[in-house]
Design a protein around this ligand. Sequence first.
Ligand SMILES: *Cc1c(COP(=O)(O)O)cnc(C)c1O
Length: 325
Amino acid sequence: MQQAELGDDGRTGQDGKGEDPTVVRLEKMASDLLEKEDALFCPSGTMANIVTVLSFAKKGELVALDPKSHIFSSETSIFSSDLFGRKAVLIETDKEGVPDLASLERLFAQQDIKLLCLENTSGYYGGNCLTVSQTDEICMLAARYQIPVHIDGARLWNAAASLHCEVSDLVRNADTVMFCLSKGLGAPVGSLLCGSKERIRAARELRKAIGGTMRQAGVLAAAGIAALENVNILSEDHEKVKWFVQLLKPHPLFDVQSYSHPTNMVYVRMTDRERTPKEVADDLKHQGLLGKAVSPDRLRLVFHKDISWVQVEQAANILNTYLQD
Ligand SMILES: *Cc1c(COP(=O)(O)O)cnc(C)c1O
């Protein structure tokens, strides 16, 4: 970051790219890795998703997505009538967040959907992955109805690590993909949007319109480049999850949910009527273990590169001791 060569990323040259060489390098790296034509560096994943949706659907037009997805549940400016005013059409998924093909097809046949959004890995469904074949099937179906597909891949690299595949395979039939540098990859800031040249050009304009153009952003992009050079760190986080789960002692009121393709998250389901996950999370915080209540009966714990193996053991001890009381 200290040595990054900088420029004004907001001023674009004839090729449509910004003038910060480090940002340009990061964008090239991302588009090469995902095998898309071009990429755009954004200050956040939320902004990358917002500019994508705005570029595909006009005000009042329909965007299909899971009600539990980050885009629907957290990026509310997209669907707020006071702000961007796009209309959400909610899709059905199974317990692991995998969209149901038959109901998708009915939806596509009946409504004029401008964009379908998928999420991989899915934060609400235990960090479970959509596989290459699941993603392909959905994208092929959407293509038959000429509906573009955007993948919110905030944790896409976790999916690739868990499935032992290339990230490019996970997105080969999608039109656009967002991934975060700032989650498990460990960079302080930033996300990338990847897609066709034309799409990225439109997204760049929209990013400017909503104030996301940064000047010497190469300081941040340099950390992003370092993150992309070290994506292999993620499988260790998945190993930490497995070990943590092994260290937990069985308990009648709590169980760990299992998913077909787990990644760096543990979902503890609670059937304890006395204590809500929110209360449990507050208690655990006092003991040094940070988790998040994600639904009325589930607590989420996320593992990442700054949690050492010793701390994995400590975390399991804290939870085991707490549950005994
Ligand atoms: C974190 C996250 C985002 C948004 O990224 P920010 O950089 O926090 O704005 C979008 N989608 C999913 C699934 C996420 O987990």
